[in-house]
Ligand binder design. Structure first.
Ligand SMILES: Cc1cc2nc3c(=O)[nH]c(=O)nc-3n(C[C@H](O)[C@H](O)[C@H](O)COP(=O)(O)OP(=O)(O)OC[C@H]3O[C@@H](n4cnc5c(N)ncnc54)[C@H](O)[C@@H]3O)c2cc1C
Length: 510
């Protein structure tokens, strides 16, 4: 493969991460970005626990922890800072029981440094001006900052160009959905806040709402409502508007970046067509109240990279690529729904306060609260229904723990970029194990370690479980005898290509 074989258009968070992930999986891509210099806008600040787990799996957690504030709680306040409800991440089943909060330019700086360390440089000042799919590949015209035009023939194009992605336009994929009512203002401000810095809050009052989340360096990212559409806002306006919502001595002492914006709930109906793949804002836009958009883009990249790399390296069948669209469609729709739920609850509280109606603290339902916590932490992504997910248990509803399609919460103990077959209970015959290794050693690590807890993998009474490179369970068989390995072999053969040495034994396994 040459780098031109995979061209990534756009070096925002989604493009940077998918490029780094492809490199980690052994495939080098080319990545172009039209802006000549990195931006300095705080934009998306929340990195959710589910994404932190992904970042840890690729060795990137430390720089994110070093560059961010940690948020453990978020709360909703009415007039006079009356607490109406809240959400704590303390009880989630994840190593990071908090969000990281950092400006988007810092996230991009960390991702770009990681990518550079993997030997890939972003080509800045290069704009994709045309994308055309043909029978054998995709033709892309690149316009360089010095006026030079270059035509590239790529096997695959990853559209990571954000909301106005040229790749999406070339696929004639409209962003279906709607724009939320209202106009909003985002500002990066320095201020002594109305609550402790390990928390985020939304304060609703008669003058409007104010969302605050801490940023490093004593700063806060703030969202508030605008009465009407405006082109821009001065720093003085931001100070006055924040003070009007908070009162007392809370007044910004510095305004870094401020911008009016609108919120959307939109998504394409097709994330890929075999050669062109849409990731991040090119494929979906969710309400920033959910704090999921950037996270979902990173998770798209994480998902696409392992599949595309296996196909490009000849280790998987091309049909594996179809599962990207299937699986991320499920996940990204879920993101839109969760963000919508958060958006509605904030919008309703803001309306009630603005109309000076009485506000009541929310009555906590512990089950609903736990589900919402997992959803907001982005730990509840479930790919069941995907062709890459198979369950051989007879009564899945009666078995506690995760089921195929869901995340395996203990996967960080294994590391690496491959699949893991976990065998719990009496080992199957040595011959069966040898056969499995012989056929799949390039893609699958077999682990038979009594110290690993079977219940946490969804087989409390023992069995065989396949953990995919993204940490989701792809296969479960509730016993560990030879039949389990035969079924696992069949499942792997449905999308992976077995080791060549097996092929050399006279079997054409493709
Ligand atoms: C106010 C606000 C707050 C938000 N808060 C959060 C939050 O807390 N958490 C969260 O997860 N998300 C949040 N989001 C959403 C988040 O900002 C986006 O989801 C994220 O930026 C998407 O990243 P991306 O890489 O997909 O696209 P972008 O960040 O839009 O990057 C696309 C890149 O592609 C480049 N490009 C475009 N076209 C071309 C071309 N033809 N050729 C070459 N380069 C091209 C662009 O210059 C750009 O650098 C927020 C959004 C807003 C507006």
């Amino acid at each position: 493969m040459t780098p031109n074989d995979i061209l990534i258009i756009g070096a925002g968070p989604s493009g940077l991460f998918v490029a780094a992930e492809l490199a980690r999986h052994g495939v080098t891509a080319r990545i172009v970005e039209r802006e000549r210099h990195p931006h300095r806008q705080a934009r998306a600040t929340a990195i959710q626990p589910g994404t932190l787990e992904i970042l840890e799996s690729v060795g990137l957690l430390a720089p994110f922890l070093a560059a961010s504030e940690q948020i453990h709680h978020s709360r909703l306040y009415g007039p006079g800072m009356q607490e109406l409800g809240g959400l704590s991440l303390d009880g989630i089943d994840c190593r990071c029981r908090f969000q990281c909060s950092l400006p988007q330019y810092e996230t991009e700086r960390i991702l770009a440094a990681h990518l550079a360390a993997l030997g890939v440089t972003v080509e800045r000042g290069v704009t994709a001006t045309s994308v055309t799919a043909g029978a054998d590949g995709v033709r892309v015209v690149l316009s360089h900052a010095d006026g030079r035009e270059e035509t590239v023939e790529s096997a695959f194009v990853i559209g990571a160009g954000g909301a106005h992605s040229i790749t999406r336009h070339s696929m004639e994929e409209p962003m279906e959905g709607a724009t939320y009512q209202g106009h909003f203002l985002v500002a990066d401000i320095a201020m002594s806040g109305p609550f402790v810095r390990g928390e985020a809050g939304v304060i609703c009052g008669p003058n409007g709402f104010l969302l605050l989340a801490p940023l490093p360096g004593g700063r806060w990212i703030s969202f508030q409502d605008l009465e009407e559409e405006v082109e821009s806002v001065t720093a003085e306006d931001v100070v006055a508007r924040v003070h009007a919502r908070l009162g007392g001595s809370h007044r910004p002492t510095d305004v870094g970046w401020a911008s009016p914006f609108r919120m959307h709930r939109r998504m394409v109906s097709r994330l890929a067509d075999g050669r062109r793949f849409l990731i991040g804002d090119a494929a979906h836009q969710s309400s920033p109240f959910g704090g999921e958009g950037l996270n979902a883009g990173l998770q798209d990249g994480y998902d696409l990279a392992w599949k595309l790399a296996l196909v490009c390296r000849g280790l998987a069948r091309p049909s594996l690529l179809e599962a990207y669209a299937t699986e991320r469609q499920i996940a990204d729709r879920h993101v839109l729904e969760v963000s919508e739920q958060v958006h509605r609850s904030i919008a309703e509280a803001a309306d009630t306060a603005r109309q000076r109606r009485e506000m009541h603290p929310a009555v906590a339902d512990p089950v609903a609260a736990a589900l919402l916590c997992n959803a907001r932490a982005m730990l509840d992504m479930d790919y069941s229904g995907s062709p890459l997910v198979v369950d051989h248990t007879l009564n899945p509803a009666g078995i506690p723990g995760p089921r195929p399609g869901q995340r395996y919460a203990d996967r960080l103990q294994f590391g690496g970029a491959s699949h893991h077959a976990l065998i719990f209970g009496a080992a199957p015959g040595a011959e069966a194990l040898r056969h499995l290794n012989h056929r799949w050693s390039r893609q699958v690590h077999v682990i038979h370690n009594p110290a690993v807890n079977p219940a946490r993998a969804g087989v409390p009474s023992g069995g065989v479980v396949l953990i995919r490179p993204d940490g989701h369970i792809g296969f479960r068989f509730p016993a560990s005898h030879a039949e389990a390995l035969t079924q696992l072999d069949g499942h792997l053969a449905s999308y992976l290509v077995p080791n060549l040495d097996v092929g050399q034994c006279g079997k054409d396994e493709r």
